[in-house]
Design a protein around this ligand. Structure first.
Ligand SMILES: Nc1nc(=O)c2c([nH]1)NC[C@@H]1CN(c3ccc(C(=O)N[C@@H](CCC(=O)O)C(=O)O)cc3)CN21
Ligand SMILES: CC(C)C(=O)C(=O)O
Ligand SMILES: [Mg+2]
Length: 262
């Protein structure tokens, strides 16, 4: 899949995207049908254990993008522009986006738009495709007062609808819609020419994205409303670890065939 192919999928077939943060999972996902990998700044939470995504840095994103590219040579990769990387002017935004592309990304994703339209335009002018991201933009955690569904009041609805048009006019190739009411996601999807990718935005977007660790239930937290668990790998892995510990304690592991002769 290429950025061009991504755009032309609109009104033809649904797009699928999953987060990926390391080379081993990238190798696995490289051999699946998923259209696109997202090196999400959610890695600050999922991989590094922070409470929010504001802790992700350009260096962190670039290092993980390199790892994902090594593991998944054939997949389209989008890398998140981390907190404050587009808010410090166009030159800084281009520098950060360039670092992510040199690390192996095909495109970058930017949360929001208001106040940094110029920076988004500069990144696109530099030859780096940009994916927008509206609705629950987690980098605005401290403004929203938590991870809260957006687009429920008229001002927020208007901000999201306007934002979709502003981003389209700036030239983004796609827009992620996160945690907004389904009818609003449907309206945005109908109004704009580029594909929308939803997470917690209902069934009517042009595609869907999930965090791989959520889809596979690696962590046994209470599942978020918008997550479907396609596997229970967390429970399976915990069970495997406990069987390993039992075998170590009983001496059943390792066997002779798992050991070297003289
Ligand atoms: N593992 C993981 N999965 C994600 O989807 C994800 C991350 N991490 N980190 C970055 C953001 C944060 N996300 C979140 C986190 C929490 C809610 C949440 O608690 N949602 C409530 C509704 C909140 C409200 O509006 O009252 C829900 O019930 O879904 C939603 C999105 C989505 N992103
Ligand atoms: C949840 C997706 C859209 C994201 O931005 C991330 O994983 O960082
Ligand atoms: Mg993100």
């Amino acid at each position: 899949m290429t950025v061009r192919g991504f755009i032309s999928a609109k009104n033809k077939r649904k797009l699928s995207m999953l987060t990926c943060y390391d080379a081993s999972f990238a190798r696995l996902l490289n051999d699946t049908d998923v259209d696109c990998l997202l090196v999400g700044d959610s890695l600050a939470m999922v991989v590094y254990g922070y409470d929010t995504t504001v802790h992700a840095t350009v260096e962190m994103m670039a290092r993980h993008t390199e790892a994902v590219r090594r593991g998944a040579p054939d997949k389209m990769i989008v890398a998140d522009m981390p907190f404050l990387s587009v808010q410090q002017g166009a030159a800084e935004a281009v520098r950060a986006a360039g670092a992510l592309v040199r690390a192996g990304a095909d495109a970058v994703k930017v949360e929001g738009y208001r106040g940094y339209e110029d920076a988004i335009a500069a990144v696109i002018s530099a030859g780096i495709p940009v994916m927008g991201h509206l609705g629950l933009t987690p980098q605005f955690y401290h403004v929203f007062g938590g991870f809260k569904v957006q687009g429920r009041d008229e001002a927020s609805r208007r901000h999201i609808l306007e934002g979709a048009h502003v981003l389209q006019d700036l030239g983004v190739f796609s827009i992620v819609l996160e945690c907004i009411p389904s009818p609003l996601a449907k309206a945005v999807t109908k109004e704009i020419r580029v594909p929308t990718i939803g997470i917690g935005a209902g069934p009517d977007t042009d595609g869907q994205v999930l965090v791989l660790y959520d889809l596979a239930a690696f962590v046994s937290d209470k599942p978020l409303r918008f997550v479907r668990r396609y596997a229970e790998l967390g429970a399976e892995l915990r069970d495997a670890v406990n069987r390993y510990v039992d075998d170590v304690q009983s001496g059943a592991f390792p066997s002779l065939s798992e050991s070297f002769e003289e």
